[in-house]
Design a protein. Structure first.
Length: 227
């Protein structure tokens, strides 16, 4: 089931992935900026602000040298300003302690300001193509629904989901990058929070929730005919 899930997911990704600017780069700084912006903000809004921010602060050293006020101005309109000050603090720490180079291992990334477990995994895999998991809300929802019937596993723990994600991520770097992007994309476009679009979902044949929804629907049809 795991292999079939990955195969179907990657085939769908190849034909359906959105063309987003942060997917065209492996520059760690640019990936990092996108991940900070995407925390709590919609993709369409980030797509608007991302190039402007990078024009003003094209690399980590420029950001590290900037005045806090300038960083805040460039972030203006995106909200959640704590992200901007964390990003700024992170740039200064990396400039001072890591010769301006972002670490490539999640265990090191997570020590930096504003970096949680998800962001550490995301930067490691999206910038450095490390075969590590990155479980955000979208990924968590997809995995829960595919591998458990969602209403039967309301308390699946973070630990279980992270372990599952770690086991699913392909070991080759490029495939790991694609896999992590693809699960997030499926959660953003198809397996959405309120009304998952199961009939058009590429992984439905291997999804416990998707299959049960089809069965439930058939059951409903049968009972309504019987009435
Ligand atoms: S079949 Fe439905 S529940 Fe399963 S992953 Fe696809 S959209 Fe989500």
């Amino acid at each position: 089931m795991r292999t079939a899930f990955t195969r179907k997911l990657l085939a769908w990704w190849a034909r359906a992935a959105r063309d987003l600017p942060w997917r065209k780069t492996r520059d760690p700084y640019r990936v990092l900026v996108s991940e900070f912006m995407l925390q709590q903000t919609q993709v369409s809004r980030v797509a608007e602000y991302y190039p402007r921010f990078l024009e003003r602060f094209p690399d980590l050293e420029t950001l590290a040298r900037a005045r806090p006020r300038a960083v805040r101005e460039a972030w203006d309109g995106l909200g959640y300003y704590a992200r901007a000050s964390n990003l700024h603090a992170l740039a200064r720490v990396v400039s001072r302690d890591h010769d301006g180079t972002l670490p490539d291992e999640p265990e090191e990334l997570i020590k930096l300001p504003g970096v949680g477990r998800y962001t550490a995994g995301a930067v490691a895999t999206f910038a450095y193509e490390k075969p590590v998991p990155a479980v955000d809300t979208n990924v968590s929802r997809v995995l829960r629904r595919v591998f458990w019937r969602s209403n039967h596993a309301p308390r699946t723990t973070h630990r279980v989901l992270w372990n599952l994600a770690a086991a699913l991520v392909p070991k080759s770097g490029k495939s790991a990058w694609k896999f992590n992007q693809a699960v997030m994309e499926l959660g953003a476009l198809i397996c959405v929070a309120r009304k998952p679009r199961c009939p058009e979902c590429p992984v439905r044949p291997v999804c416990r929730t998707g299959k049960s929804r089809r069965t439930d629907a058939a059951g409903e049809n049968r009972s309504s005919k019987n009435r």
